[in-house]
Design a protein around this ligand. Structure first.
Ligand SMILES: Cc1cc2nc3c(=O)[nH]c(=O)nc-3n(C[C@H](O)[C@H](O)[C@H](O)COP(=O)(O)OP(=O)(O)OC[C@H]3O[C@@H](n4cnc5c(N)ncnc54)[C@H](O)[C@@H]3O)c2cc1C
Length: 479
């Protein structure tokens, strides 16, 4: 097996017949042909195909020591700084293919699995079998190049400190049987719902020390009792001119409902140990590796936004205005800062207790706190520069109508006819105003946790690097 082609990926997803609900009905037929999913599934298929391009083979793949198969680099456990760089180059190659708009392209979940496998020893505190299950599962997904969604947050019901009510609704382990564990309840929010082979579920750090919530497992998305209830689609139409981003990259988000789902023992990674649950984040270095993936992708997304803003400036010839240059500089500075965080995290990487080359968390903590703050400013800058250009955007059908000549004339820019100019401004609109663009903004604010708790995490984990001692020494000094 080894790396999948796009065709293999699509055929697997179509065969699954996952229980997906959208707009009041169950999705039937081939999901890759459904209006809401076909664009993003085609974009994901393109990612898999990139792995097969001969000129990209060295960047995108490595050879499995277990099978001799070519495997996607996002499964690679980095042992050296060169491996980390290899991972970055691969992640960014994929990100360029989706302009950084697919936050949960398969490299994200592959990274999580890689970390779980590398730190599988942790799970022996639950039982030896759990560690072996994780290792087997990693090999299985890696060698078959499967795609995963994941879910772990409890439904937003009662966020009071005791979490009591929310946890009543949240999926819990209701019993253990000879065959496995049984999960009942719901979790939010599975991005890429309906377009992956499997779903991985693991616990979030929380103050609830209840064994019913200390579980982790992975199952195929068509497992009996499992259902995905989707939000409205933001792909709208199969129209890359009118909805250039939404029609290609709208990764669906869904509530996941477990109706007494039986998880067979061989897919159980944790079944009651709050001790292991609490170690999962502090000891696995999951943060460092996932943040390295996220920031690699965010750099590419920022480059895409920088390019879009420059094209808007060129299009309506506003480069002579100082505030326009200043706003462009703001975006460029953010882009360079993100690159700096990323490279610094690699430069100071160290081998962790599992033998994995682990990026320095300090710059990554800064990056994941910074980006949710700066991304909304990117969007604001697009709006401030584009102004009415964001609404004077007739559809492609208008340009095919009797109005074509008139629109090409009246909507021309200094360097484009109306059709080309509107194409650019439709992109700016899809980034900054459409439902797709708003969801991107929300995603950047929350997908890695909310900003308050991310800042708290930085405060707790940030290595002050002797700065406090230096100040203490200074205060002790006598002249
Ligand atoms: C577009 C999108 C895609 C997502 N994709 C996925 C996915 O694929 N898989 C997945 O598992 N999750 C996913 N998530 C969920 C994401 O992890 C959560 O949104 C995030 O962790 C915040 O949790 P919440 O949405 O429940 O917000 P809440 O925790 O309910 O927060 C709501 C508000 O209350 C405040 N608040 C709540 N509790 C506290 C507290 N203890 N201390 C301080 N302030 C608090 C928050 O700061 C915030 O202002 C996604 C979210 C979004 C928006």
């Amino acid at each position: 097996m080894g790396i999948s082609t796009g065709k293999q990926y699509v055929s697997r997803i179509d065969q699954l017949k996952t229980n997906i609900w959208l707009d009041g009905s169950r999705v039937t037929g081939n999901i890759s042909e459904h209006e809401a999913f076909k664009g993003v599934i085609a974009s994901q298929a393109k990612l898999y195909d990139l792995q097969h391009q001969p000129e990209l083979q060295e960047i995108m793949t490595f050879v499995s020591t277990e099978s001799g198969n070519r495997i996607g680099v996002s499964f690679l456990e980095p042992k050296t700084k060169e491996d980390l760089e290899k991972r970055r180059l691969m992640i960014q190659e994929w990100a360029r293919s989706h302009a950084g708009m697919m936050g949960r392209s398969p490299d994200y979940m592959n990274t999580i699995l890689m970390v779980l496998n590398a730190s599988a020893e942790l799970f022996t505190a639950e039982d030896e079998k759990c560690a072996a299950n994780i290792r087997d599962y990693y090999q299985y997904v890696k060698e078959h190049d499967l795609s995963l969604t994941h879910v772990f947050v409890s439904p937003q019901n009662n966020r009071g400190r005791q979490e009591a009510e929310g946890e009543q609704i949240a999926a819990r382990m209701v019993r253990k049987t000879e065959d496995g564990i049984v999960i009942h309840g719901s979790r939010i929010l599975a991005t890429q719902a309906g377009m992956t082979d499997e779903i991985l579920v693991y616990p979030v750090p929380s103050n609830v020390d209840d064994e019913a919530f200390a579980y982790a497992f992975a199952i195929p998305c068509d497992t009996s009792g499992l259902s995905f209830i989707c939000r409205e689609s933001f792909a709208y139409k199969d129209a890359s001119y009118d909805h250039p981003l939404g029609s290609r990259y709208d990764e669906m988000d869904a509530i996941v409902v477990f109706d007494n789902v039986l998880v067979p023992w061989e897919r159980v990674f944790l079944h009651g140990s709050s001790f292991v649950k609490n170690l999962l984040y502090s000891q696995s270095n999951m943060f460092e590796q996932t943040a390295h993936q996220v920031v690699s992708k965010s750099v590419v997304k920022s480059e895409f936004i920088t390019g879009t803003i420059q094209l808007i400036i060129n299009s309506i010839n506003i480069s002579e205005y100082q505030h326009v240059r200043e706003k462009f500089s703001e975006v460029a500075i953010a882009l360079e800062a993100m690159k700096g965080f990323l490279h610094e995290s690699e430069r100071n990487a160290k081998i962790n207790q599992w033998g994995t080359m682990t990026p320095d968390p300090n710059p990554l903590l800064a990056a994941v706190n910074y980006y949710p703050r700066i991304y909304p400013r990117f969007i604001e800058i697009i709006q401030l520069m584009s102004a009415s250009g964001l609404v004077a955007i007739p559809s492609e059908k208008d340009f095919a109508s009797d109005q074509k000549e008139l629109l090409n004339h009246h909507l021309q820019s200094v360097c484009q006819d109306g059709y080309e100019r509107v194409k650019l401004f439709r992109l700016a609109w899809d980034l900054s105003m459409s439902a797709f663009g708003s969801r991107q903004q929300l995603y950047e604010r929350f997908f890695f946790g909310d900003s308050i708790r991310l800042a708290d995490q930085l405060y707790s984990r940030y290595d002050r690097g002797g700065s406090v001692e230096r100040v203490k020494d200074f205060l002790k000094e006598k002249r």
